[in-house]
Design a protein around this ligand. Structure first.
Ligand SMILES: Cc1cc2nc3c(=O)[nH]c(=O)nc-3n(C[C@H](O)[C@H](O)[C@H](O)COP(=O)(O)OP(=O)(O)OC[C@H]3O[C@@H](n4cnc5c(N)ncnc54)[C@H](O)[C@@H]3O)c2cc1C
Length: 151
């Protein structure tokens, strides 16, 4: 059995965890907060879909990640700086609006559910030194940053 330790249970850490668990790894994820998505509580965010020909929801499926969260496609965009307006119409969704945070059907809770289903061990309110983990899936915090500069 191969073991993998991941620092940070955001979308990057959990996507990696789900994929590695699918491949038979035993995965431990360390999350400093008490739940997934605490940092982005009650936010709506857009899954960008205009910059690539491949649809992001199809990409999720290709990565064997189920879209088990609410996602709303947006094709029409109206952008204004109060002086000028720009209207965009895209044939396919320009982005998908998703909920972030700890509430049901958010991106974060959907990924958490899938990770737990795959047997990923999520250690809430725990961290680990970066030298002890295989994947750092978080913006580096101050201490880890200075640690890196010393190496
Ligand atoms: C106001 C705002 C609006 C945004 N809007 C959008 C948008 O519309 N579309 C979009 O695609 N992106 C948006 N983003 C960016 C989006 O939040 C990130 O792209 C996304 O969350 C990055 O995921 P991640 O897994 O890389 O990192 P994060 O979501 O930052 O996850 C990192 C996780 O690691 C944990 N962690 C951090 N340090 C440690 C540690 N030392 N030990 C243990 N755990 C730790 C954190 O608690 C967190 O759960 C926005 C960001 C902000 C701030």
């Amino acid at each position: 059995m191969q073991y993998i330790k991941i620092l940070g249970a955001g979308p990057a850490g959990l996507s990696a965890a789900i994929n590695l668990a699918n491949e038979g790894y035993i995965v431990d994820v360390f999350e400093k907060n008490k739940d997934i998505g605490s940092r982005v509580q009650k936010n709506l965010q857009g899954l960008e879909n205009w910059s690539d020909n491949q649809d992001i929801i199809k990409e999720f499926r290709k990565m064997k990640i189920k879209p088990n969260f609410d996602f709303e496609p947006f094709k029409n965009l109206k952008i204004t700086n109060n002086d000028e307006n720009w209207d965009f119409y895209c044939k396919r969704p320009a982005f998908y609006l998703v909920k972030r945070g700890t509430e049901e059907k958010s991106l974060d809770q959907g990924l958490k559910e899938q990770a737990l289903d795959k047997g990923v061990n999520i250690h809430f309110e725990e961290t680990a030194p970066i030298e002890d983990v295989d994947i750092v899936a978080t913006v580096l915090i101050q201490e880890t940053n200075s640690q890196l500069q010393e190496d």
